[in-house]
Design a protein around this ligand. Structure first.
Ligand SMILES: Cc1ncc(COP(=O)(O)O)c(C=O)c1O
Length: 451
């Protein structure tokens, strides 16, 4: 029988990140300066990002070396195992082979520290004393708190209000790693006060929290901003996941027919799947599927246009699938998937037909997550449940057709601090939100008329 866990030794740690920009059949549309409508110059990002990350953002080099101090921190949980989900396969009665890359083993419990550590390191190198950020469910905020603590940098987290209330334990995690956390929108920033006036009693959104964190960084000299997803350099840092997985598939003597990842801003999906894109471009038949909530169906229902990355229109204009920067998604428990936009790189690959997307309701995703917990053991994060549901759908198709496909997904995080959401599932207190068509139509009216 094949091994259940396919492991790499510390010596096999990935040495360079993979940059998919080097292999694109058509270049990515550039970010635009909202004032002039012209492509953004790297200098324009200097007030909030270190130059080393800005250069990664615009790089088209295929491989970028990972500095030793970053590898040293990553080694405390990497390489992560690739696991064959035999028990899940058996429960589904599918001839498919199902594998998952277990990113829940990091100290904060998700893939997020793969980039948090890199971002904290580069900021430290450039003398930054304090970093601000947004967080949805708190996975990113706790990852950045962990990384800043490692490099002795202050960390300020604006946490989406609904998650701040739904997930108090992630706040505690951030406190232990020395970060300050506030529910967004706050009354501490100009844009936060404006959001509270325009959207009274709002649940908050990632778009609003990003505006607050950017404003804070732009108005303090010793402070930079850090984003947990969406941008090219964030996706780049996450490619350690897929690069390890490729080596592990080689060890297992297998290769995926279908790759699946949930997509909020697109970072874990990209990190897991982008290293396989060159194989697909060379003719390998691989389906690459990004999954998202029906309540926030950016890739499946949004138009592909230039829009702001945040509600307060402080970021450059990014060409991406978007539901409109003022769209506030319903308060589903997968807080990390409540983002109006999508990484420009993921959007571009979807537009080119290299990847596809699937939208799912939250209750079917919780059902799949519970099946996973009862077969494989670990309780998944609500975001991760969106990947698992798609795996179940594809594995059941194989059961019908008899096809022995190899299906692999990224297990982006555990749900040990999301248990209140599971309680709500058992109390039948979870809601499936229909596609909020009218709200999205309204929000799209405020998207600028470009491209
Ligand atoms: C466990 C987990 N998975 C997935 C996501 C979605 O983010 P991304 O699309 O950047 O991977 C998040 C975001 O918070 C998360 O916490």
């Amino acid at each position: 029988m094949a091994d259940r866990r396919i492991m790499l030794s510390e010596k096999e740690m990935i040495q360079s990140w993979y940059n998919v920009a080097a292999d694109l059949p058509k270049p990515l549309a550039p970010p635009l300066n909202p004032g002039t409508g012209e492509p953004l110059t790297p200098d324009a990002l200097k007030p909030i990002f270190p130059m080393s990350l800005i250069m990664q953002e615009v790089s088209t080099e295929r491989w970028i070396d990972i500095p030793d101090p970053i590898k040293e921190v990553l080694l405390s949980w990497r390489p992560t195992p690739l696991v064959r989900a035999f028990n899940l396969e058996k429960a589904l009665g599918t001839p498919a082979r199902i594998y998952y890359k277990n990113e829940s083993l990091s100290p904060p419990g998700s893939h997020k520290p793969n980039t948090a550590v890199a971002q904290a390191y580069y900021n430290k190198q450039e003398g930054i004393k304090r970093i601000t950020t947004e967080t949805g469910a708190g996975q990113w905020g706790s990852a950045l708190a962990f990384a800043c603590n490692k490099f002795d940098i202050e960390c300020m987290v604006y946490m989406v209000r609904v998650s701040f209330e739904q997930k108090p334990m992630r706040k505690s995690l951030m406190h232990v790693w020395n970060a300050e956390v506030l529910p967004s929108p706050t009354d501490q920033t100009n844009c936060g006060r404006a959001f509270r006036e325009r959207f009274p009693n709002t649940t908050g959104s990632l778009g609003m929290a990003i505006s607050e964190a950017v404003e804070d960084a732009a108005t303090h000299d010793d402070t930079n901003y850090s984003l947990g997803s969406v941008l090219n350099h964030v996706l780049l840092h996450q490619t350690v996941i897929g690069l390890e997985a490729k080596k592990q598939f080689e060890l297992a003597g297998d290769y995926p027919d279908i790759l699946i990842g949930c997509a909020g801003g697109g970072s874990n999906f990209s990190g897991f799947t982008f290293p396989f894109v060159p194989d697909k471009l060379k003719g390998k038949e691989i389906r690459i599927i990004a999954t998202e909530p029906e309540a926030c169906p950016t890739l499946t229902k949004g138009p592909f246009r230039y829009d702001f990355g945040d509600t307060g229109k402080m970021t450059p204009l990014l060409k991406m699938y978007t539901l409109g920067h003022i769209f506030v998604p319903p308060g589903i428990h997968a807080g990390g998937l409540r983002y109006h936009g999508m990484a420009p790189m993921v959007s571009h690959l979807k537009d080119l037909g290299i990847i596809e997307a699937m939208a799912l309701h939250q209750i079917e995703c919780f059902e799949a997550g519970i099946l996973f917990a009862q077969t494989e053991g670990t309780i998944p994060a609500p975001e991760t449940n969106h990947a698992i549901r798609a795996v179940v759908i594809e594995a059941l198709k194989c059961k019908e057709t008899g096809e022995e496909k190899c299906i692999a997904f990224n297990f982006s995080g555990h749900g040990h601090l999301d248990l209140s959401a599971y309680d709500k599932y058992y109390e039948k207190d979870l809601e499936d939100y229909e596609y909020p068509e009218e709200k999205i139509r309204e929000a799209l009216k405020e998207v600028p008329e470009i491209g």
